[in-house]
Write a protein that binds this ligand. Structure first.
Ligand code: GAR
Length: 213
């Protein structure tokens, strides 16, 4: 499975996927890391691991359509099977989303469908939620609305601010994204009528998490 990863910043989730592929026990490799930000540290992580990189700076484009077309071209040239958004902070056009339907996934630092959009850790704190977490989902034309593939849950602790909560969530993101990529590499993620089914899923109906504030 050929993976393209899109990053805008630090790329710690990219690193988690790099580390997964390096372990060598899955049939997947990252063939391109693409960024809209020339200084994104994620590009350096890719270079350090001999992964091809490309910068497509959105500032050089008049609007989203030609920018997204340039990204489609780069990803198609790299013959990617799966596109992973990993801290990619641009909204995508329907043209891009539809081109990669069923093979475009994102990580979002909240338990969707709660708290879509931006500043989501603060949203969770302001709402008084006992739990937040991270979600891997298919990307559709909506804002963080695509079918949910996997989630990780963390408690929201008293005294948390957006930064402490974000750090606790990010730690679990680094476990969640590799897990989802592994499922894809094993062809175990099915999209059926807008919902995800995991093939050969081992269910544990005793796994329950309870918390209080
Ligand atoms: C992660 O927390 C990711 O969930 C979030 O940006 C961070 C990127 O960190 N993504 C979004 O908010 C997307 N709307 P990273 O660059 O270290 O992987």
């Amino acid at each position: 499975m050929r993976i393209g990863v899109l990053v805008s910043g630090s790329g710690s989730n990219l690193q988690a996927i790099i580390d997964l592929c390096k372990r060598g026990d899955i049939a997947a490799e990252i063939v391109l890391v693409l960024s809209n930000v020339p200084t994104a540290y994620g590009l350096q992580r890719a270079k350090d691991n001999a992964i091809a990189t490309k910068v497509i700076d959105h500032k050089n484009y008049d609007n989203r359509e030609p920018f997204d077309k340039a990204m489609i071209e780069a990803l198609d040239d790299a013959r990617v099977d799966l596109v992973c958004l990993a801290g990619f902070m641009r909204l995508l056009t329907p043209t891009f989303v539809n081109h990669f339907t069923g093979r475009l996934i994102n990580i979002h630092p909240a338990l969707l469908p709660s708290f879509p959009g931006l500043h989501v850790q603060q949203q969770a704190i302001d709402a008084g939620a006992c739990f937040s977490g991270a979600t891997i989902h298919f990307v559709d034309e909506g804002m963080d609305t695509g079918a949910i593939i996997a989630q990780a849950v963390v408690p929201v602790l008293q005294g948390d601010d957006a930064d402490t909560l974000a750090a606790r969530i990010l730690k679990q993101e680094h476990r969640l994204y590799p897990m989802a990529v592994r499922l894809f590499s094993e062809n175990r993620v099915l999209l059926k009528n807008g919902r995800v089914e995991i093939v050969n899923c081992i269910q544990d109906d005793a796994a329950v998490i309870i918390s209080h504030k």
